[in-house]
Write a protein that binds this ligand. Sequence first.
Ligand SMILES: Cc1cc2nc3c(=O)[nH]c(=O)nc-3n(C[C@H](O)[C@H](O)[C@H](O)COP(=O)(O)O)c2cc1C
Length: 328
Amino acid sequence: MKKTISVAPMMDCTDRHERYFLSLISKHVQLYSEMIVSNAIIKGDRDKLLSFKKVSNPTILQLGGSNPKELAEACKIAEPYGYDEINLNLGCPSKKVQKNKFGACLMKEPELVAECVSSMINATKLPISIKTRIGYDDVEDFDFLKNFILTLKKEGVKKFIIHARRAILQKLSPKQNLSIPPLKYDFVYNLKKEFKNDEIIINGGITETNQIKDHLTKVDGVMIGRAIYHSPYFLADIEKDIFNNDDVPTRSEVMEQLIPYIQSETKKGVQLNHIMRHTVGLFHGQTGSRQWKQYLSKNMCIRDADIQKVDHIMDQIKNNNLSSSLGA
Ligand SMILES: Cc1cc2nc3c(=O)[nH]c(=O)nc-3n(C[C@H](O)[C@H](O)[C@H](O)COP(=O)(O)O)c2cc1C
């Protein structure tokens, strides 16, 4: 089975602009969308929610929902937009999400989840995967996790992404739920031993390529969220150390390659800061990182009417080679 590295789904982070930006640094990582609620796809502006500029990276849509019919309809609507896979969110612990019965609270209802994935599989040719946690509240038991995965496998799911910590549904905020419940990677390694022919992806707290290499000796893939969002150029290390690809653009080249995309998107009415906000961490750890952030906050809140001004700033980045003068 081919080993994979992916960028985790993150609300307000992994929108289509972020994914395009990341695709300039790494051609190999898989890119997940932020969670989109099935009913929003059915009732909302589909093109706005689902369209994206195609890149060579596999791109995966993550859905939130618990109504089998709605999830099936959302899959049907999404299929022509060019995603490579559809993922169901069974790991988000936020109160709002629980109120609507999405995310991690669905671990309590394996039979309903089985109905959901079965209905999604029947609705689309695209592969259906799930992303979940190792347990919830006081339930942190390998047999529970194994049976949960087995129930979904029986419906035809073959790819399972496991955030290696429990979700504490009532007592912790979503942010606390990303750090307080301890990481238990052994749960995921043991799952792989039980499900040898299925794809088991590990997620949670991974920040270095050495850790990635170690996990890849035990599971089929590694998913990384915050470490890439906060420092997108971590992907360059991943390209070099994991994919043995030395042909990675410098930080300045990444910015230059982003310019045509920015010009075309802003001409269509996208606000510049909706794209540029994702580049804030590009110079993380470099001399000049602070100046880059200040430059962005001063110049990037331009409305769509000011196309000329956008062009001017882009010329500045290009001609004054702003990013390389920052020490990239
Ligand atoms: C800002 C933010 C938003 C997130 N939104 C989602 C989401 O929409 N769907 C999802 O399955 N997980 C979401 N997560 C969880 C991440 O996908 C990932 O499981 C978690 O951050 C642990 O990985 P990490 O330690 O590499 O960041 C989010 C995490 C963060 C920090």
